[in-house]
Design a protein around this ligand. Structure first.
Ligand code: FPP
Length: 587
């Protein structure tokens, strides 16, 4: 409404308008950059940065070089491996008769746990399909739990009704099983393949966990070779274990069993060593790439975690065929760590806005607008794309990187949203927080990263599927976000950090912190059940893609289950890295 219409006489002065237009919008940013040269300390700048004082890298330069096997020795080993594979294939062929079906399952289980499933993918697929075709849900060949676990692991949605065999007429679990360590272990392991609502498996978990716990405490059990197995299982069931770490433990356990297959054992050891050579080579290549960035000097505020990032990528896929993708994933993780700490533990809001804008525009032209200290990390981001493009072009799949960039932009956008909340001191509602935090956990972006370069099995459709955030991907992000917040929120809140999901829940519902943590532990468990369900029902999604999601979740179980092993690298992770990348299997 105009002043006249309102009948109000305003004391209008008709001052001349501003003569400057928007020109200082840009200049003010430049002035800001000039005012904050990287070398200036936070006090000099009068800017309080949310510095975290992360521990330095513990590995030094040891992975830059590695002991290579002489070519003749390598050729000879490869020759032996081929012969042993041939022998194992013959073993498969002998187990197709009905009376041997349980042994066929045992062979598959041993091969997978020995870490050489990738040698026999066709044979394993054929064997499990054969069993499924012969019995459907009505398996009657013994080893019920093993059958159930193997079938579900492979994507056959077999019914859990078969578990009623473990119960007596009153619906209680039969006592005769309770003292059978092997059966208890098998049933316990099978329960981790449950999908939401499978009460019989939830009950079986409670039952077996209590029994196994008692067995582990029983001194008589300590001479039993199953004692270590029980303790390992209680700490981490097979479903949640990384296959390569499982192989390291299972090989000696398998060797102790009187009935072990000598060819298989030898193959597992040689196969482990050959692959270890490739992994050492990859890490050496990555170490050279990383050293050039001089992270301790250029990004002293950030976690310098190349080796841990390689461990992460190797957890997602260890097979030789994924070498190029694994390297790309490890590089992306290492750069993502610097970015996470730039957003969370050093950058101030105005700088982060510029970085976010630059990533959105994705161009070297943006380098000039960035604060000095951000230029290199920005160039690292652009180079990830450039380097991988060269490899992808050879296979006519360079356009897959467009999806990767889209995922990266979404991920960085979520970091920016958190930076805004931090600046405003705003504690979001759990709902608001989740919508951002499931992206900022990085697992959607990293899953998409992991698909780049995986070969023909991954198509445009695979990327579109993952970008649409389907339940399988969402479940893995849920697991990642809540498990991470359970173990990191205390340390984060000691500095100026955005509220984690723990603080959001405490504030919104007035719950105690302990109660929220219990709630989150349940959320993580149900995310596993959701992932199990999705891996069984997403029939259009290729199994190698589903396995990436599962392996990403398994890495969280190793790195974040009890503490933040990624930031604070203690004995357990050091032991894993050494046994995977330094120690020889034959020692
Ligand atoms: C959240 C999580 C486990 C992410 C995994 C994927 C990812 C991006 C890995 C790179 C390293 C990293 C940022 C770890 C989490 O740090 P943090 O605990 O400081 O993560 P936050 O800043 O999101 O809390």
């Amino acid at each position: 409404m105009s002043a006249e219409q309102e009948k109000i006489i305003r004391p209008m002065a008709n001052f001349p308008p501003s003569i400057w237009g928007d020109q200082f919008l840009v200049i003010s940013i430049n002035i800001h950059i000039i005012c904050i040269p990287y070398t200036m300390s936070a006090e000099q700048e009068k800017i309080i940065r949310p510095i975290a004082n992360f521990p330095p890298c513990i590995w030094g330069d040891q992975f830059l070089v590695y002991d290579q096997m002489k070519q003749e020795e390598k050729n000879a080993t490869e020759q032996v491996v081929e012969e042993l594979k041939h022998e194992v294939r013959k073993t498969f062929a002998n187990l197709y008769v009905e009376a041997e079906h349980a042994n066929l399952l045992k062979l598959v289980d041993s091969i997978q746990r020995l870490g050489i499933g990738y040698y026999f993918e066709e044979e394993i697929d054929k064997a499990l399909q054969h069993v499924y075709d012969a019995y459907g849900d009505k398996w009657n060949g013994g080893c019920i739990s093993l059958w159930f676990r193997l079938m579900r692991q492979k994507g056959f949605f077999v019914s859990c009704d078969i578990m009623n065999n473990y119960k007596d007429n009153d619906g209680a679990f039969k006592e005769k099983f309770a003292n059978d360590v092997e059966e208890m272990l098998n049933l316990y392991e099978a329960t981790f393949l449950r999908v939401p609502g499978e009460v019989i498996l939830e009950d079986a978990l409670t039952f077996t966990r209590a029994r196994l716990d008692n067995m582990a405490k029983d001194p008589e059990c300590f001479n039993n070779m199953f004692s270590t197995e029980i303790q390992r299982a209680l700490k981490q069931p097979i479903r949640k274990r990384l296959p390569r770490l499982e192989a390291i433990h299972y090989i000696p356990f398998y060797q102790q069993q009187a009935s072990h297959n000598k060819s298989l054992l030898k193959l597992a050891k040689l196969g482990f060593e050959l692959l270890q050579l490739l992994h050492k080579k990859e890490l050496s290549q990555l170490s050279k790439w990383w050293k050039a960035f001089d992270v301790p000097k250029n990004y002293p505020y950030a976690r310098n975690r190349l080796v841990e990032c390689y461990f992460w990528a190797q957890g997602v896929y260890f097979e030789p065929e994924y070498s190029q993708s694994r390297i790309f994933l490890a590089k992306t993780l290492a750069v993502a760590t610097i970015l996470d700490d730039t957003y969370d533990a050093y950058g101030i809001y105005e700088e982060l806005m510029i970085l976010t804008e630059a990533i959105e525009r994705w161009s070297t032209e943006c380098l000039d607008m960035l604060p000095e200290y951000m230029k290199q990390v920005y160039q690292m981001v652009l180079d990830l794309d450039n380097d991988m493009e060269e490899f992808m072009s050879k296979n006519g799949k360079a356009h897959h990187l467009i999806y990767w960039k889209e995922a990266m932009k979404e991920y960085i956008g979520s970091y920016m949203a958190e930076a805004k909340w931090r600046k405003e001191g705003y504690t979001p509602t759990p709902e608001e927080h989740t919508s951002v935090a499931l992206i900022s956990c990085g697992y959607k972006f990293l899953l998409i990263t992991s698909l780049v370069g995986m070969g023909d099995i991954i198509t445009d459709e695979s990327f579109k599927w993952a970008l649409a955030f389907p339940p399988l991907v969402k479940a893995s992000c849920t697991l990642c976000r809540f498990q991470d917040d359970i173990v990191t929120h205390k340390e984060e809140q000691e500095r100026n950090h955005v509220a984690s999901s723990v603080e959001c829940y405490v504030k919104e519902f007035d719950f105690s912190e302990e109660h929220v943590i219990d709630l989150f532990i349940k959320k993580v468990e149900s995310a596993w059940a959701d992932m199990n369900l999705e891996s069984l029902v997403c029939k259009d999604v290729p199994m190698p893609l589903i396995m990436r999601v599962i392996n990403f979740a398994r890495v969280i179980e190793v790195l974040y289950k009890y503490q933040d092993n990624f930031t604070h690298v203690k004995e357990e992770l050091q032991y894993h890295v050494k046994s995977l990348l330094i120690d020889s299997m034959s020692k």
